[in-house]
Structures are given as structure tokens and as C-alpha cells.
Design a protein around this ligand. Structure first.
Ligand SMILES: Nc1ncnc2c1ncn2[C@@H]1O[C@H](COP(=O)(O)OP(=O)(O)OP(=O)(O)O)[C@@H](O)[C@H]1O
Ligand SMILES: [Mg+2]
Length: 265
């Protein structure tokens, strides 16, 4: 039976899909069988971000309408053989997708995987509830910005009504320079203000940002992001509590400047 984890945030654009894909890749690299499910029906882009858009034949709506079997709609990732994507539909009357049917599809596939990561739409409307209904754990994604943290707080209180086994937090897009100069909240401060377990930290990455704008995908190709996603995957899979130190490079830089100033004055 797979661990079924919904990746949610309340606020849009904070990195749910990016984290879903890159966490899935990090788990698949360990040989784990992972399925990514896009529940953002109508505004879906998990297939694009994971780089399999051109391989999609069937989608979740085809399964629900009985046009194909669930396993026929799965797209195997060309670079990570144990990673599969169950795509969503681009145009559909979203209201027609029933939560119970969706949950039955997910449960039917559950024995084939170790992890099912469910990419949740932004907001707290029907799509959010439908996605959470399919899961037994949740990861809340936030950036360290006040508006995102407020929405994460709202989502955390809604999730408490769902009898989930675990609700944890991933803090995304942290900038070492701003955190070290006290101009951005630390991930630990965000987690304690939300009273959530901090599962991982993903730093701001120019490579993720530019690969999503130039190539259309958001696969982390730089070494720092890859390490951050590996630490996150280990924490999730083995229950460890390691936090990726994304500030190391800047700490060295700040120390050098301090020493130079000391010598001068
Ligand atoms: N750590 C990061 N560093 C740099 N850019 C990032 C990072 N995480 C996400 N992004 C960028 O932020 C943008 C939004 O990310 P993404 O689509 O994953 O958010 P989302 O929460 O899924 O959005 P939506 O609510 O619309 O579904 C993308 O362009 C993505 O490349
Ligand atoms: Mg998304």
C-alpha cells in the first residue's frame, strides 16, 4: 500500500507542483515506486513540469469516464523508470469529477506504488477537498512570505478535520542572503508559527526558475537544489530530521567580509 500524500498550500504559485515533481524524482532515485497525481483539473501542469507532456495519451477524466483502465493512463518517466505520472485533463467541467470516484481510482493503484504524491490545486474550494480526500498524509508548502504563511495556517486548520496520519511543512524559496541579514523569516520560525513539523527546506534556485521559463519544466538541475530534495526525500522516507544548510556558501562569504573589515579598522 502506498503512502498517499497531498501537497497543498492554499496560496497559489508557492511551488507545490515543483516540489511534487522533484520530491518524486528524489524518491524514485532511491528505487522507490512513485506515482504523481495531478488533481488540478483544468489548470493542470504537472505533465509539463515533469517533462512528459508529449507522452500523455489518456488522463484522469478518461479513467473516470471509463475510456481506459487506470494503468493505461500512467505515463512512465523516460529518465526515472520507477516514476509514473497520472495526468489531469486540460478542459473539463471540474464540478463533474466526484471525490469518491477519484479516491477509488487512487486506492485501486495504491498497491503498485510506495508513494502517491497528489498535486493539489491552489485555494480551499472543491478541488482542495477532493485532493485531500484521496490522501492519508499532507505536506503543506509555503514560502517565507507573510501572505503564504497565513494561507498555510488556514489550510493547516482545515486539514485537521481530515484525520490524516501526518501533516508536515516544506518551506520553499528561502534566500540565504536575506535570511542571514534578518530580512526573511527562517524556516524554523515559519514552522513554529504554524505549529507544524518542518520536513524540509528548499532554497531559492535560479536554475529552477529559469528552467521553468525556458524549457517549460521545473526539474532541479543544480547541485544545491538536488541535495535539498534528497534531504527532503530522506526525511520523508526514513523519518530522519536533517535540515539542508543552504546558508553555508553565504556564511563563508559574510565571514570573509567581516575579517576584511576587521583588518582595515
Ligand atoms: N525553489 C524555487 N526556486 C526558484 N523558483 C521556484 C522554486 N520553487 C518554485 N519555483 C517557481 O515558481 C513558480 C511557481 O511554482 P509552481 O508552479 O510549482 O507553484 P504551484 O504552487 O504549483 O502553483 P499553482 O498554485 O499555480 O499550482 C514556477 O515558475 C517555479 O519554477
Ligand atoms: Mg501547481
Amino acid at each position: 500500500m502506498a503512502r498517499k500524500i497531498v501537497i497543498t498550500s492554499g496560496k497559489g504559485g508557492v511551488g507545490k507542483t515543483t516540489i511534487c515533481v522533484n520530491l518524486g524524482i528524489a524518491l524514485a532515485r532511491q528505487g522507490l515506486r512513485v506515482m504523481l497525481l495531478d488533481v488540478d483539473i483544468g489548470l493542470n501542469n504537472l505533465d509539463v513540469v515533469s517533462g512528459v507532456e508529449n507522452r500523455v495519451v489518456f488522463d484522469i477524466v478518461d479513467i473516470i469516464e471509463g475510456k481506459c483502465r487506470p494503468t493505461q493512463a500512467l505515463v512512465q518517466h523516460p529518465n526515472f523508470p520507477s516514476l509514473y505520472i497520472l495526468p489531469s485533463a486540460h478542459s473539463y467541467n471540474v464540478g463533474k469529477v466526484d471525490g469518491n470516484t477519484l479516491r477509488a481510482v487512487v486506492n485501486g493503484l495504491s498497491n503498485n506504488f510506495d508513494y502517491i504524491l497528489i498535486d493539489c490545486p491552489a485555494g480551499i474550494e472543491l478541488g482542495f477537498h477532493r485532493a485531500v480526500f484521496c490522501a492519508n498524509e499532507a505536506i503543506i508548502v509555503t514560502t517565507p512570505h507573510i501572505s503564504a504563511v497565513r494561507d498555510a495556517n488556514k489550510v493547516a486548520s482545515l486539514l485537521n478535520g481530515y484525520y490524516l496520519n501526518e501533516i508536515s511543512l516544506v518551506c520553499n524559496r528561502l534566500r540565504a542572503d536575506l535570511v542571514l541579514s534578518n530580512n526573511m523569516l527562517k524556516a524554523k520560525e515559519v514552522a513554529s508559527s504554524l505549529n507544524l513539523k518542518l520536513l524540509g527546506i528548499i532554497p531559492e534556485s535560479d536554475e529552477i526558475s529559469s528552467s521553468s521559463s525556458i524549457y517549460g519544466d521545473g526539474i532541479a538541475i543544480d547541485e544545491q537544489s538536488e541535495r535539498a530534495f534528497n534531504v527532503l526525500a530522506n526525511n520523508l522516507h526514513s523519518g530522519s530530521n536533517e535540515m539542508f544548510d543552504y546558508t553555508q556558501k553565504y556564511k563563508g562569504f559574510f565571514a570573509k567580509i567581516k575579517n576584511k573589515l576587521k583588518r582595515r579598522f
